[in-house]
Design a binder for this molecule. Structure first.
Ligand code: GLN
Length: 232
């Protein structure tokens, strides 16, 4: 019986090369009992091989990619993204993109996985960080707004799924009228810039940092919708 239980556990890894991985670990640990998760930090190809799903934290996308290459985990990550669920937050969202604008000199290695283009630091230099209340239908207690913490956040520039790709679902949008005045520009509700959480098949991205609040509803969403449901 015990062996069976252990078998049915899902191993959820958090890429732990740089950035806010400890905060993701704490948020996922709170769900470990309910969903029978084993939460591990991933720095090596061997640790990655144990995972059923992976979270790539916020931090600095260029640094994460560089450290991934140096530690031999970059190509295994690319392989992982092809078949298993991955959630990228902020810098992790950049890494999950197929293309990126505003990359640092020397370029930016990506993992791909989601058929979108993002732009690094897409809110411009006038504001590096802001918070915005998000109302998200797919979360538990959807009437309770979620505080989105945006720190030098990327923006989604374009969605370009190929016909054979899974469709892209907009999970959360910014309400332009709730943005700080310094950011208020003539956004409209279909401008990709306001898409701040997207799902495509098994993959999920948030341009903000759900792990920096005590609210772990986005973690629960990822586990429920991407790790356990049969999305393709
Ligand atoms: N908070 C973050 O993850 C910032 C992302 C950072 N601007 C990058 O390009 O990687």
């Amino acid at each position: 019986m015990l062996a069976k239980r252990a078998e049915s556990r899902k191993v959820v890894g958090i890429l732990a090369l740089q950035g806010a991985f400890v905060e993701h670990q704490a948020a996922l640990e709170k769900l470990a009992f309910q969903y029978r998760l084993e939460v591990i930090l991933v720095k090596t190809p061997e640790e990655l091989a144990r995972c059923d799903a992976l979270v790539i934290p916020g931090g600095e996308s260029t640094t994460i990619a560089l450290l991934a290459r140096l530690s031999g985990v970059l190509d295994p990550l690319r392989e992982f993204v092809r078949t298993k669920p991955v959630w990228g937050t902020c810098a992790g969202a950049i890494l999950l993109s197929q293309a990126v604008e505003n990359a640092k000199k020397g370029g930016q290695e990506l993992l791909g996985g989601m058929s979108i283009t993002t732009a690094r630091n897409g809110w411009g230099s006038q504001v590096e960080s802001f918070e915005a209340a998000l109302t998200v239908d797919g979360l538990q207690s959807p009437d309770v707004p979620f505080t989105g913490v945006f720190i030098r956040a990327p923006v989604v520039v374009k969605l370009h799924p190929a016909p054979e790709d899974p469709p892209i679902l907009v999970v959360a949008r910014l309400s332009p009228h709730l943005l700080p005045p310094s950011l208020a520009s003539p956004h409209h509700s279909d401008e990709p810039k306001i898409f701040v959480a997207l799902r495509q098949g098994k993959h999920f991205l948030t341009t903000f940092h759900p792990e920096l609040t005590d609210d772990n509803r986005f973690h629960e969403y990822f586990i429920r919708e991407c790790v356990f449901s049969q999305c393709r």
